[in-house]
Design a protein around this ligand. Structure first.
Ligand SMILES: Nc1ncnc2c1ncn2[C@@H]1O[C@H](COP(=O)(O)OP(=O)(O)OP(=O)(O)O)[C@@H](O)[C@H]1O
Length: 354
C-alpha cells in the first residue's frame, strides 16, 4: 500500500502543486489520478519514487517512509513508465529491458534471458528484441517501456500517461494488455491520465484532482459515477456518466429467452447455431452477438441498433444461447444505477475531510 499523509508540495517559484494530500493507494490495485492539466498528478506520482521531494507530509510505500530510504535504491524497486517510453535510443530493445536487472547485478546472460521473457509477456515477438527503439511503432515502444519497468519485478508500478501518445485503437489494445497483465501480476499501480474513460476502464480507485493540487474525490469508479462529490466531479465525468456506469456492469444477469420465430424479422444462424444476421423479406441486417462478460452499455447499444430491439446472446464458442429484449436491458441498467447509488464504499473527499 502507498500512503500519503498531509503531503504538500510547493516549488521554489511559489507554485503549490500538491495541497495537503492524504490518500491511500491499495496494494495490488490500480489507483488512477485524473484531473485537468497542471492539477498536480505528475508531481504526486514523482514524489512516490522521490524524483520530487515533498515540502511537508509523509509518503510511505509498504509501510516505510520513502525519505528514509536511499533514493536510487528506492527507484530501482519501483517501476516507472512515461508517455514517450523513455527508451535509450542507442541500445537494442532487449538491452533496454535488461537495464535494471544489470544495474541490480544480474549477469548479462541472465538479464537478457529475463528481458526475452518479458518481451513475450507484453505481447511482442522475439525478433523485436534485436531492433532499436526507433524501428518500432509508438504502441510497440510503450510495450517495451512497460517490459522495462517490470524487469526487476517491482511491487509498485508508476505510469505517467503511458498511452497518451498512441491512436485510440492501439490505446485500447494497450489498456486490455495492462488489465490482462495486472490479473497475473497484481502490482500496486499508480496511473496518471487526462482521460476519464481510461480511468474508468483501468482503475480500481480513481482520485480526481482540481487545480492547485486539491484532491476532490477518491472512490471506486462505479461509486464515483453514481455519486460524484460535487459539480466539479460531475462535470469532469461528463454528461454521459450514466452510460459510463453501464460500461462497468456485465450482461450476465439479464434474462434471456428463445429467439422468436415467424415474426417480421428472423435471426438467421448457421449449422453450428452461430448467429449470422437479422433477416426480413429482401433485407439483412448484421448482428453482433454478445457474451455474458460484455457490458450493459454494449448490450444497450446493440439493442438500439437491432431492428427487433433484441440482442443475440452466445456462449464462449459463439453458439446462440438466446435473446434478450431492450426492456430487460433497460430494467437492469436502472438496477445497476440503484445499486451503485446505495453502495456504501469508502470515499475520500474534501467534504468528508472537513
Ligand atoms: N519544477 C517545477 N517548478 C515550478 N512549478 C512546477 C514544477 N513542476 C511542476 N510545476 C507546476 O506545478 C503544477 C502541477 O504540475 P504537474 O506537472 O504535477 O501537473 P499535472 O496534473 O501532471 O499536469 P499535466 O496533466 O499537464 O501533466 C503546475 O502548475 C506546474 O506548472
Amino acid at each position: 500500500m502507498i500512503q500519503f499523509d498531509a503531503v504538500h508540495k510547493r516549488f521554489p517559484n511559489g507554485t503549490t502543486a500538491v495541497h495537503d494530500l492524504s490518500l491511500e493507494m491499495p496494494e495490488g490495485g490500480v489507483t488512477v489520478l485524473v484531473g485537468s492539466s497542471g492539477c498536480g498528478k505528475t508531481t504526486t506520482l514523482r514524489m512516490i519514487n522521490r524524483m520530487i521531494e515533498p515540502t511537508s507530509g509523509v509518503i510511505k510505500v509498504g509501510g516505510k517512509d520513502v525519505t528514509q530510504q536511499d533514493a536510487a535504491e528506492l527507484r530501482r524497486s519501483i517501476g516507472y513508465v512515461i508517455q514517450q517510453s523513455g527508451l535509450f535510443p542507442h541500445r537494442t530493445v532487449l538491452d533496454n529491458i535488461a537495464t535494471v536487472p544489470l544495474l541490480l547485478g544480474h549477469g548479462r546472460k541472465k538479464a537478457r534471458a529475463r528481458a526475452a521473457e518479458l518481451l513475450e509477456t507484453v505481447g511482442l515477438a522475439p525478433d523485436a528484441g534485436k531492433r532499436y527503439p526507433h524501428q518500432l511503432s509508438g504502441g510497440q515502444q510503450q510495450r517495451v517501456g512497460v517490459a522495462r519497468a517490470l524487469a526487476a519485478d517491482p511491487p509498485v508500478l508508476l505510469m505517467d500517461e503511458p498511452f497518451g501518445a498512441v491512436d485510440p485503437v492501439v490505446r485500447t489494445q494497450l489498456q486490455d494488455e495492462l488489465l490482462r497483465l495486472q490479473k497475473e501480476l497484481n502490482k500496486t499501480i499508480v496511473f496518471v491520465t487526462h482521460d476519464i474513460d481510461e480511468a474508468v476502464r483501468l482503475g480500481d480507485r480513481i482520485a480526481i484532482f482540481r487545480t492547485g493540487g486539491h484532491l476532490v474525490q477518491c472512490a471506486a469508479p462505479a461509486e464515483l459515477l453514481a455519486r460524484p462529490a460535487d459539480d466539479f466531479v460531475a462535470d469532469f465525468l461528463g454528461a454521459e456518466r450514466g452510460l459510463k456506469l453501464l460500461s462497468l456492469t456485465t450482461l450476465a444477469e439479464v434474462p434471456q429467452g428463445p429467439a422468436p420465430e415467424g415474426d417480421t424479422w428472423t435471426l438467421v444462424v448457421d449449422e453450428a447455431r452461430k448467429p449470422l444476421h437479422w433477416a426480413t423479406k429482401g433485407a439483412e441486417i448484421p448482428v453482433r452477438p454478445l457474451h455474458d462478460h460484455d457490458s450493459l452499455l454494449a448490450a444497450l447499444n446493440e439493442s438500439v441498433a437491432s431492428p427487433t430491439g433484441l440482442i443475440a446472446r452466445v456462449d464462449a464458442a459463439g453458439v446462440l444461447t438466446g435473446v434478450s429484449s431492450r426492456d430487460d436491458i433497460h430494467t437492469h441498467a436502472g438496477q445497476a444505477h440503484a445499486e451503485a447509488r446505495t453502495h456504501t464504499g469508502t470515499t475520500e473527499t474534501e467534504a468528508a475531510a472537513a
